[in-house]
Design a protein. Structure first.
Length: 187
């Protein structure tokens, strides 16, 4: 493995037809010699967070649980931007943290309920996973385009727009000629 993809986004190639990943953007949370784990950031479910966690927390929120991927669909993960809650945990990218540990998860949930500032978070059920070298093979085959992650994409107001926005970023990052020309006489 050349380097870790932690903190990168995988943008599904247009020919990727796997229903679990068709038109998805996956944030890579962990990547190493044992494989990779990520969360699909653009697939909200119809389940409210308040309903999914009702037996554990009383959450006055209308936020939806996102489908993080097909692996461990009953496991919950949370992405958030509250650095003060993570202690020594390294961010995925600056200002973005993941929690699945029960204690940290509870702190993040309680902080989210009581917070009056711009604290951002997203809940996920399940994750995406790859065995060693599997993800590298899929990238080499062209199934995925890789871009640096950004909090704006992870917490985008409309998750259904994330794929098109990230796809546009991919095309702009790999363009030989600028898309728009300020001076049409240069065409």
């Amino acid at each position: 493995m050349a380097g870790s993809l932690r903190g990168q986004c995988l943008v599904a190639g247009k020919h990727l037809r796997d229903p679990n990943f068709f038109k998805t953007v996956v944030l890579i949370v962990e990547h190493g010699e044992h494989g990779a784990m990520g969360l699909v950031i653009n697939r909200p479910s119809s389940v409210l967070v308040s309903h999914a966690l009702a037996s554990h927390f009383d959450l006055p929120t209308q936020d939806l649980v996102h489908l993080g991927g097909p692996v461990e669909p009953t496991a919950f993960f949370i992405l958030h931007d509250a650095a003060e809650l993570e202690g020594e945990e390294a961010p995925i990218i600056p200002g973005l943290y993941a929690a699945s540990d029960a204690t940290i998860f509870e702190h993040v949930v309680r902080h989210a309920v009581c917070q009056t500032s711009d604290f951002r978070y997203r809940f996920f059920a399940g994750c995406a996973g790859w065995s060693p070298d599997q993800l590298e093979g899929e990238i080499a085959r062209g199934d995925w385009m890789v871009l640096p992650a950004c909090c704006e994409a992870v917490f985008h107001e409309d998750p259904y727009e994330i794929y098109d926005l990230m796809l546009k970023r991919c095309f702009e990052a790999h363009r030989l000629v600028p898309h728009a020309c300020k001076d049409p006489t240069l065409n």
